[in-house]
Design a protein around this ligand. Structure first.
Ligand code: MG
Length: 460
């Protein structure tokens, strides 16, 4: 049966870089969520789907709407409950079932969102999402007949997820090291898995914000501003390591034994270096990643491949090219032997393995990673001009014989570093991000990028 929904006008895109996101408050039209569910259900047809969510207050509300829509289309739902996103992705891969994740990751508590994954546990490609968007816009939902409505069952997959992570690292070596770790779960679903992963690995575990809650004690995003308590606790508890997750536990940020915040590009480089030393091969990372990643990968005998910004793209490219490791500077680390998606629990376990094998403190291991300074700024630009000005700038730079890359926006390479000039996907801004050998270099490169772009905007 084809039901005609109300349909929508325009070229509305409902998927952003990481699924569908919305604020759940009195302004939310529940039909938006229900229609999204009907579009997803129509796309997947009468398949079995895994479903799970993070700890947000609106989780049960969104789940009700989502289940109603999916079940109306004849989907059979296997409900995993509140679990980290990578746990849902592992269940999808193991059971060869696509799925839906209810999460807004690091966004504030009033947000929620929907992410679709395939039967490999990978986030859907842009083309696949566009098909769901077409169904959503046209309102052409395919509903099941009464006798084809299928059941919903419950599956607890936490033990399988924990065992899978533990089995992918040198657990014996980690247990022998008897590391003391403070883990900040952000009151998210990591509360239900990360402390147990660390205990299984023989760590002495101190848990912070480990009570699942939709009103987190600290914001879901693991930035330096939000991890003050963890940094203090690591130092005062004399721990070897601090671990912090985001709201759905697919990312991990570390704090060293001195209580110092470790920026995500440095932990990315550290893990990349060790994976390549062990296995050789290819590492995939977005074009915005620090030069320190490429430096350590090439020095260790590996190769680097750059992609556009966005974790799903990194994961998909890794699968296509058979990469050994990949990730982003925000703490999203991807280990293909486990899953082709970011996994916070796996990232934490891998870093413990590195500490145990190298028998050095984290701060000492990080001193082996080259240091670069970065600088970020942005300039306003009308959305309709974005494409044209970016093209114009690329042409101007080529004419001048400059070395550039146009994988995502324009990356201009100079002797003292690089500057990346990228139109924002969601706002009327052009983002300028630079990296140099010193703070002065980084600032100068950003200023150079800004001047170049401003002159292009004026001339278009
Ligand atoms: Mg996340």
């Amino acid at each position: 049966m084809v039901a005609k929904g109300k349909g929508r006008t325009g070229k509305e895109r409902i998927f952003g870089t990481n699924g569908i996101r919305f604020v759940v408050d009195k302004n939310l039209d529940p039909n938006f969520v229900l229609d999204s569910a009907l579009a997803i259900g129509t796309y997947f047809g009468n398949r079995r789907l895994v479903l799970g969510m993070d700890t947000r207050i609106s989780g049960p509300l969104v789940k009700s709407l989502l289940v109603s829509g999916l079940a109306s289309c004849g989907c059979e739902i296997v409900d995993l409950g509140v679990v980290p996103s990578p746990c849902i992705q592992l269940a999808a891969k193991d059971k060869r079932m696509p799925g839906v994740i209810i999460t807004a990751s690091h966004n504030p508590p009033e947000f929620n969102g929907i992410k679709c994954i395939d039967e490999n546990g990978m986030e859907l490609s842009r083309d696949e999402e566009a098909k769901i968007e077409d169904i959503f816009r046209d309102g052409k939902f395919e509903l099941a007949n009464w006798k084809d409505i299928r059941s919903m069952s419950r599956l607890d997959y936490r033990a399988e997820y924990i065992n899978s992570v533990v089995s992918k690292v040198d657990s014996e070596r980690i247990r022998k090291a008897r590391l003391k770790v403070v883990v900040d779960c952000a009151n998210g679903p990591a509360s239900l898995t990360s402390p147990r992963i660390l205990e299984e690995l023989g760590c002495e575990v101190v848990t912070l914000n480990g009570q699942p809650s939709g009103e987190p004690t600290r914001p879901f995003e693991p930035t330096i501003e939000n991890l003050g308590e963890l940094m203090l606790l690591v130092k005062s508890a004399d721990a070897d390591l601090g671990i912090a997750h985001d709201g759905d536990a697919d990312r991990t940020i570390f704090v060293d034994e001195k209580g110092e915040y470790v920026h995500g590009d440095r932990s990315l480089a550290l893990v990349a270096k060790h994976v390549v030393k062990e296995k050789g091969g290819l590492v995939v990372t977005p074009v915005s990643s620090s030069q320190c990643v490429e430096d350590v990968v090439t020095k260790a005998g590996g190769r680097i491949h750059y992609t556009r910004v966005g974790a799903p793209l990194v994961a998909r490219t890794m699968a296509e090219k058979g990469a050994v490791f990949g990730g982003e500077e925000n703490g999203g680390l991807i280990f293909p032997e486990h899953l082709h998606c970011r996994d916070g629990g796996m990232g934490a376990a891998k870093l413990l393995e590195i500490l145990a094998r190298r028998k050095k403190k984290l701060s000492a291991l990080l001193r082996e990673i080259p240091h670069y300074s970065q600088f970020k700024t942005k300039i306003p630009c009308p959305e309709k001009k974005m494409q044209q000005v970016t093209k114009k700038l690329a042409n101007r730079l080529r004419k001048k014989g400059k070395k550039i890359s146009t994988i995502d926006g324009i990356k201009l390479f100079e002797k003292n570093g690089w500057v990346l000039i990228r139109p924002s996907g969601t706002e009327s801004f052009i983002r300028i991000f630079s990296e140099g050998k010193s703070d002065k270099d980084a600032r100068e490169l950003a200023a150079q990028g800004k001047t170049l772009m401003e002159s292009c905007i004026k001339s278009v």
